[in-house]
Design a protein around this ligand. Sequence first.
Ligand SMILES: C[S@@+](CC[C@H](N)C(=O)[O-])C[C@H]1O[C@@H](n2cnc3c(N)ncnc32)[C@H](O)[C@@H]1O
Length: 251
Amino acid sequence: MLYLIGLGVYDEKDLTIRGLEALKKCPQIYAEFYTNRFSGSLNSLEDLIGKKIILLKRGDLEERPQENVLKDSSDLDVALLISGDPMVATTHIDLILRAKKLGIPYKIIHSSSVYSAIGEAGLQIYKYGKTASLVYPEKNYFPTSPYDILRENQKNGLHTLFLLDIKAEENRFMSVNEAINLLFEIEKQKKEGLFSPETLCIGVARLGGDTLIKAGKAAEIAKKDFGNPPHSLIVPGKLHFMEKEALELFN
Ligand SMILES: C[S@@+](CC[C@H](N)C(=O)[O-])C[C@H]1O[C@@H](n2cnc3c(N)ncnc32)[C@H](O)[C@@H]1O
């Protein structure tokens, strides 16, 4: 059996009892922290489980899963630990499809996620539109699609959640400040007046841990220090009066 187990939104204390019970049965345990930053400690997690954990890189899992998680899971209970919920904003459905083709049974153990914890920022969850991912630009690669998503959501009065780039192997995690500056750069190219220094933004850091949420004009939020990652950014759409009141908590 292959278990995909969510570690939850912040650290090892977010692991569910169901997840812990499954881990006790698994002689082989892997983890990947490239789809989300794990804010806990690998040692504390190993102490909690009482077993060693093998850390996998993106290439191990996306290109060579038959050499690790899929290798023994037809005979043994094998676990893959994933920060947050295993099926939220990850590519792990691909792994499940591969397991299925190989006749390997699998079980998903859900946990808390940025998608639920973001409710703490005070906006109604069903009024979010499509999520956008902001990535670090590279030479000849500067995707502006997040701006298109923002335009579409704004047109429909919906809130936009920006998930921010993670380069785990370089220990680089995009901050709220970098995200806002990136949107300013894209605005300079597109010139549609969609994102300006006056645009209302909500910067969110470390949900589930020592959370920091700040709401204000983009120019002001861009100057605030949000501390350690992970960070997310929200650009609200049309606000209900109760959402407006909730945002006052974060001025
Ligand atoms: C690709 S998503 C993976 C989401 C994860 N599977 C989950 O269910 O939470 C990773 C991004 O979500 C956001 N994120 C995840 N955890 C967060 C937290 N505790 N606080 C703020 N943002 C978070 C960050 O923008 C991070 O770069």
